[in-house]
Design a protein. Structure first.
Length: 359
């Protein structure tokens, strides 16, 4: 009889991609896997794998009006009932939660069955859903350091595993970077929470760099409505560019970049560190509990990146920082050396060991 694990996660990239990565690992190792997520997460899943899924709904009750808060609790309660039916039907040996309020119903419902619950947190602030699930969890797996808001009594169930990155990134051989005299390659990563302001600020900075005599190549993620005007701007100014909304070749872009500009999501920053790609972080200022800034500061304190907070993210500030980095390539070499100290290649073995101890 095939052993089955149910994975549950919110639909944002920072939640869904680690879940898909781990599902692939366990599927390759003889387990049957099922993902419980929302419509957004299901869309990501269908684009990246052929795993089975079930859709439920859940809305955060945080910072809502009284009426919307009550509605959120009603939806969560209904989803818990639906989750009980799913668990009764699927009979998993384990439930694995990745955070986000969508993960809460199925994880909470696991307490009524024999399936133990394991939760994963890759931010330096424990997510609201994960924090509420601690009392019924067998293990809390963490991607970096112990979350700053983790209650002391739960440290005994906390286990460091590292960031759950794609195996192609973990297994990628990283070569020593050879910098060219006047050439500089930039990568801009930002989804719905980053691409808009990046698209407004960065093109002007790239033109200023070109006007200073630097040969610039730019690979930039953007929103759908920004793609045409940004491409037109770069082409008009004879700047080598590749503007994309989503790309299957993002690893190639990362490996070819001298410097990246990114938001502070845990998965993206960990991928940049694993591939030894120095980066500038502009944390999303409205991220829950300011977790993107804390993620960025974690790597900044280790000498891996630079931080520009959004209220300081201007054309002149970004231009000055990039010029400073271009003029002193030792800063990039220093950052790359520091990144070598953060290695997530053993993450799957560590998780596998924890899971086998539980089941």
């Amino acid at each position: 009889m095939t052993k089955k694990i149910i994975f549950s996660t919110g639909g944002t990239g920072g939640h869904i991609f680690p879940a898909i990565n781990l599902m692939k690992y366990f599927s390759q190792n003889g387990y049957e896997v099922l993902l419980i997520t929302d419509k957004k997460g299901d869309f990501f899943l269908k684009k990246n794998s052929e795993f089975k899924s079930a859709i439920i709904s859940a809305k955060s009750p945080i910072n809502k009006s009284f009426a919307k808060k009550i509605l959120s609790y009603v939806i969560i309660f209904y989803s818990i009932l639906k989750s009980i039916l799913i668990l009764r039907r699927e009979k998993p040996i384990l439930v694995f939660g990745f955070g986000g309020y969508v993960s809460f119903p199925i994880c909470f419902a696991s307490r009524f069955f024999k399936a133990p619950l394991v939760i994963y947190e890759n931010n330096l602030v424990l997510g609201r859903a994960n924090k509420r699930l601690l009392p019924i969890s067998k293990k809390l797996l963490i991607g970096t350091e112990i979350p700053i808001n983790l209650p002391q009594k739960y440290k005994k169930i906390t286990y460091y595993v590292g960031n759950i990155l794609r195996e192609e990134i973990i297994n990628q051989k990283i070569l020593e970077k050879k910098y060219k005299e006047n050439f500089f390659s930039l990568l801009v990563l930002g989804g719905s929470q980053g691409a808009e302001i990046f698209g407004e600020i960065i093109p002007s900075v790239i033109k200023m760099l070109k006007d200073q005599g630097y040969e610039i190549e730019i690979n930039q993620q953007c929103l759908h409505e920004q793609k045409k005007p940004i491409t037109s701007f770069y082409n008009k100014n004879k700047i080598k560019n590749n503007i994309f909304e989503f790309s299957e070749n993002v690893l190639n872009f990362i490996l070819s970049a001298d410097l990246a500009i990114s938001r502070g999501g845990a998965s993206t920053t960990a991928e940049l560190v694993q591939t030894q790609t120095p980066f500038i972080v502009v944390p999303f200022p409205h991220a829950m509990d300011n977790h993107q800034y804390l993620n960025a500061k974690y790597y900044s304190d280790k000498g891996c990146c630079w931080i520009i907070e959004q209220h300081d993210f201007s054309v002149i500030n970004l231009f000055n920082l990039i010029v400073e980095i271009i003029k002193d390539r030792q800063k990039l070499k220093f950052a790359r050396e520091n990144m070598k100290k953060n290695d997530y290649r053993d993450v799957y073995n560590k998780i596998d060991k924890v899971i086998k101890e539980i089941i």
